[in-house]
Design a protein around this ligand. Structure first.
Ligand code: ATP
Length: 271
């Protein structure tokens, strides 16, 4: 599919520069800061908007899209910024950030303050699906962001976000199901779930929850001309989730190579 070629190449190049940053080739850098529930990601692009460096940390500073540990978030972003500056041998000045749709009035201030307090000049603050679509470049499709507490469905019409809704089913429910089935405490179940080695074994156990998410997607896209779905968010990392969703919704379902890197790259592209 032509549509996702840009996304797949960008994510692949970004994964490479996380390991091996491209040093000294650019006069200016643009950083995308993504404060997620599972993961905080900094994506650095060069003057041609090509990946130059990147870093990610599993952290507990954001929950359900809200900053719950302000000082922790500032310290973490500052530390990651410094680490990337050392690798690139230059100061990172400009950054953009994103917030979940519909939280503008509640939390955009916190996200903005975190990025600025970490030492960046904030050039743009946009909503997450718009950021993701900078990378996905869908015209008529749906971005399904399967996070921790919720699944966000954003429908694009003519390349613009036309409809967004959040439903309270997400990765937390997957962990609860695993916790019950394997008699494990929640934290251990969550850790077990994140290990790609366990995904094949877990898929049949998690199928009913994935089917529930699929029926939620179907309900929201009904009435729209949705030709394709792209999955983002931490829970989309589960191997095989895309096949069940595609089968149940009957809509072509794309999963980026790393669903956690799409939004931060889109944020950086908007910087
Ligand atoms: P929310 O929906 O709660 O607002 P968010 O969109 O910021 O949060 P993400 O960081 O995208 O959330 O996703 C968090 C979820 O992803 C957690 O349930 C976590 O267990 C799950 N997760 C992270 N990595 C993996 C993995 N490799 N395999 C399966 N699940 C994963």
């Amino acid at each position: 599919r032509l549509t996702f070629e840009f996304c797949d190449r960008l994510v692949e190049d970004f994964e490479k520069v996380i390991e091996h940053p491209i040093v000294g080739k650019s006069s200016v850098y643009y950083t995308g800061v993504d404060l997620g529930t599972a993961c905080v990601v900094l994506a650095v692009l060069d003057e041609n908007y090509r990946p130059a460096a990147g870093a990610y940390r599993y952290a507990d500073v954001v929950r359900d899209g809200m900053v719950v540990d302000y000082i922790g978030a500032v310290n973490l972003v500052r530390e990651m910024k410094r680490e990337l500056e050392e690798k690139l041998g230059t100061e990172l000045t400009f950054a953009a950030a994103a917030i979940p749709p519909g939280t503008e009035t509640i939390d955009s201030g916190a996200v903005k303050n975190v990025v600025q307090a970490a030492g960046f000049e904030l050039t743009n603050l946009l909503d997450e699906p718009t950021a993701a679509n900078e990378v996905l470049k869908m015209q008529n499709g749906a971005i399904v962001d399967i996070g921790g507490g919720t699944t966000g469905i954003s429908i694009l019409v003519g390349g613009k976000v036309d409809y967004v809704e959040d439903e309270p089913t997400g990765g937390t429910h997957f962990s609860l199901v695993i916790s019950g089935a394997y008699k494990l405490p929640f934290a251990e179940a969550d850790q077990y779930k994140r290990n790609p080695k366990n995904h094949k074994e877990l898929l049949p156990v998690l199928k009913p929850v994935i089917e529930k998410i699929s029926s939620i997607i179907t309900r929201h896209v009904t009435g729209y001309d949705v030709k394709e779905i792209s999955l983002v968010g931490g829970t989309a990392c589960l191997a095989g989730i895309e096949e069940i969703i595609e089968k149940r919704t009957g809509i072509y379902t794309h999963k980026p190579k790393n669903p956690l890197f799409v939004t931060p790259l889109g944020i950086a592209l908007s910087c």
